[in-house]
Design a protein around this ligand. Structure first.
Ligand code: PGA
Length: 249
């Protein structure tokens, strides 16, 4: 059975006090679903978040990391640094990283390799722009992103990979993909994986949907057979909204 996962991407929000407050509120929520819960605070708050959630089924994950082991990369954070404070998972390839920090498929492939070498779990994000969808190229764009970043891997690597399909036009816009659009793309992603690695692998990988998931639309999106969870931005900053989404399963 594939894991259900709901991950909150806090992006560049919340200082130390707000981080502690939000975590206190998250710990007060009642979890009624089987979904694994993750939160991704900013780098500066990973350690306090990790400490505050030690006894709780909330995994603290990083939003990014560098591909090098260490060295002269001012301002960057390595996999080893994350592991040294207990962080086991990292989001890679978010569309904001691609758009504002010029992260290429090639750089992402290197980051994925480094994370896997460190036995970390990767939440790999990808998705088409509005113009791709309008011109009917959404599937080929997504296929290329997946192939470029992942298809050098062995099938066994996929036990540490979670995919997150996030159409760029739906992120932070309030405009979500319809449940049917999400399902169609998730089925296409699974077929792309299956063609290369076989159905055992493709059926075992969790594929999350991200892009304006809210308490009022999560249930319908999560009801689709190939949607295994969500990557949540805005709605993850409010404990009750986030857990309403977690409990939508
Ligand atoms: P959003 O962000 O839920 O605010 O649209 C999703 C994401 O960027 O992961």
């Amino acid at each position: 059975m594939r894991k259900h996962i709901v991950a909150g991407n806090w992006k560049m929000n919340n200082g130390l006090i707000q981080t502690k407050t939000l975590i206190t509120e998250l710990k007060q929520q009642k979890k009624t679903s089987d979904a694994e819960v993750m939160i991704a605070p900013a780098f500066t708050n990973l350690w306090p978040a990790f400490e505050e959630t030690r006894q709780f089924p909330i995994e603290v994950v990083a939003q990014n990391m560098h591909f090098a082991e260490d060295g002269a990369y001012t301002g960057e954070i390595s996999a080893g640094m994350l592991k040294s404070i207990g962080i086991q998972s990292v989001i890679l390839g978010h569309s904001e990283r691609r758009a504002y920090f010029n992260e290429t498929d090639e750089a992402l492939a290197k980051k994925i390799n480094t994370a896997l070498e460190h036995d970390m779990r990767v939440i790999f994000c990808f998705g088409e722009e509005l113009s791709d969808r309008k011109s009917g190229h959404h599937e080929s764009v997504v296929e290329r992103q997946i192939k470029n970043a992942l298809f050098h891997l062995e099938a066994s690597a996929f036990k540490n990979i979670v995919l997150a399909y996030e159409p760029v036009w739906a992120i932070g816009t309030g405009e979500t993909a319809t449940p049917e659009q999400a399902q169609d793309m998730h089925a296409f992603i699974r077929k792309t994986l299956s063609d290369k690695y076989g159905s055992d692998t493709s059926n075992s990988v969790s594929i999350l949907y991200g892009g304006s998931v809210k308490p009022n639309n999560a249930k319908e999106i999560f009801s689709k057979p190939d949607v295994d969870g969500g990557l949540i931005g805005g709605a993850s900053l409010k404990a009750s909204d986030f857990f309403a989404i977690v409990n939508a399963f």
